[in-house]
Design a protein around this ligand. Structure first.
Ligand code: FMN
Length: 433
């Protein structure tokens, strides 16, 4: 790449042998300083996180599953015995980084508490002992979702540039590079793994020839390699996609992308429905005029009902405040049911069952819609509203004949995270026969 700094004479990766088995409380800097044959300014010391964990006492007597649960901030995917989880550090990896290999039976090794902090400490300790201005990278092994096999990556770093930003530079043809950010700390971790290796009991390597990546300051560390959630296009894994939908009642003023809404509607209409029918329609209440007309007409209908129930004006005012999530939402979608494909029955029992089939199919489509909106980063609130005043809502929106409004969905960017909801125990909802 033109203009990119780089080693003129290649890179040498050398294993550091002769380190003993590490135990809690060991002075790793002293042990590595004694084992490393030469350490020059500009060298990068690459060390497997497992021995950092062992020295820091992160080996615990616990079951693997129990340890994984304790280390997990978010389950991303699960299949059979494999759990892919995000840790408190933000790393996404198998078993939340919990490792039962190369440790005494009955114990498991957890990732270091603060890998960047551990890297800074080790760098300082080696500088004190060997005087060299080096970089330190702490590694862990990770799989990649779309590639077979694992490679080592940097989970902690100090004194090393973690990312080399090529954005804005010209390539060899003079075109501007728009997205290239070389994850050099990960590349170094991968290179070092070629000489370290889990089965060879070599947890440390020295990488020489990349002095241009070694900095005076400790720098941002490997935390800089964690993609911010807002930029993560694959944030939701198979395990947490459904849990991502929560009722959101407070929104920011940011507009809702029409493309995102179309993608969500496309997902909605993959729902199951009786008789191979397609009974779902969606009215998008986009204009301020249509929104105000709908909300005001619904309010009038609701107020009339409550007055009919005998509520006082004050009680009515309190109750109708519940309709406010829709007023605060940047977009309202009114899901509508069309039952023209329903079969006619002469008796009330079968007619009611037939109607129920279409109503539940509508519920399936709305759930799809809400989940798909959540995947787009949009919050939603499905409220009863239009269901209780279908004729008024249909008239207000000018709906085609046969479109029955089935509530309304407020959509927008969530103003904050939803409240915690403890997981529900499936046993409470089950009956086996
Ligand atoms: C058919 C239906 C009607 C609903 N009506 C209202 C409503 O009128 N007002 C409201 O604030 N929430 C309404 N909700 C949302 C529920 O209160 C919400 O789903 C529940 O609190 C659980 O929260 P969660 O969606 O975050 O899991 C409705 C939900 C459904 C499915």
């Amino acid at each position: 790449m033109s203009g990119a700094p780089g080693p003129a004479r290649g890179v040498a990766v050398t294993p550091v042998t002769g380190l003993p088995e590490i135990a809690a409380g060991d002075d790793l800097a002293a042990m590595i300083a004694a084992a490393v044959p030469g350490l020059d300014d500009g060298d990068i010391l690459v060390i497997t996180s497992k021995i950092i964990s062992k020295a820091e006492g992160r080996v615990i007597r616990a079951g693997r599953e129990q340890a994984i649960e304790a280390e997990t901030a978010r389950v991303v995917a699960r299949r059979g015995p494999t759990t892919i989880a995000q840790t408190r550090h933000g790393l996404v990896l198998a078993a939340a980084g919990v490792d039962a290999s190369n440790t005494a039976p009955g114990t498991v090794v957890l990732l270091p508490e603060d890998p960047d902090g551990s890297a800074r400490q080790l760098r300082k300790g080696l500088r004190e002992r060997r005087g060299a201005r080096i970089g330190v990278i702490i590694t862990d092994t990770m799989g990649r979702p779309w590639r077979t096999g694992q490679t080592d990556t940097a989970i902690g770093a100090a004194g090393v540039v973690p990312l080399r930003d090529h954005r804005g530079q010209a390539d060899t043809f003079g075109s501007l590079l728009e997205v290239t950010m070389a994850a050099v700390a990960d590349e170094i971790a991968g290179a070092a793994d070629l000489v370290k290796g889990k089965t060879r009991q070599v947890p440390v390597a020295i990488v020489r020839g990349l002095a241009d990546l070694v900095t005076d300051a400790d720098g941002p560390g490997a935390a800089a390699l964690i993609r911010p959630a807002a930029e993560d296009m694959f944030r939701l894994g198979a395990a947490d996609v459904l849990a991502a939908r929560r009722t959101v009642r407070e929104f920011t003023a940011d507009p809702v992308s029409p493309e995102a809404v179309r993608r969500a509607v496309a997902a909605a209409v993959t729902a199951p429905a009786p008789h191979h029918s397609e009974p779902w329609r969606f009215a998008l209440v986009e204009s301020e005029r249509a929104r105000r007309a709908l909300l005001d007409d619904m309010l009038d209908a609701w107020t009339a009902d409550l007055r009919g129930d005998g509520f006082t004006a004050e009680q009515i005012a309190r109750r109708v405040r519940r309709g406010e999530p829709l007023r605060r939402a940047p977009l309202i979608i009114v899901p509508c049911l069309v039952t023209e494909a329903a079969h006619a029955y002469p008796d009330a029992r079968r007619a009611a069952a037939e109607r129920a089939m279409f109503v539940v199919a509508m519920g399936a489509a709305v759930q799809n819609l809400l989940v798909a909106l959540a995947v787009e980063g949009l919050g939603s609130c499905w409220v009863s509203s239009t269901l209780f005043c279908q004729p008024q809502a249909a008239a207000s929106l000018g709906l085609p004949a046969g479109w029955e409004p089935m509530g309304a969905v407020g959509v927008g960017h969530p103003a904050g995270p939803p409240p915690d909801r403890p997981p529900r125990d499936p046993e409470r909802y089950l009956l086996a026969r």
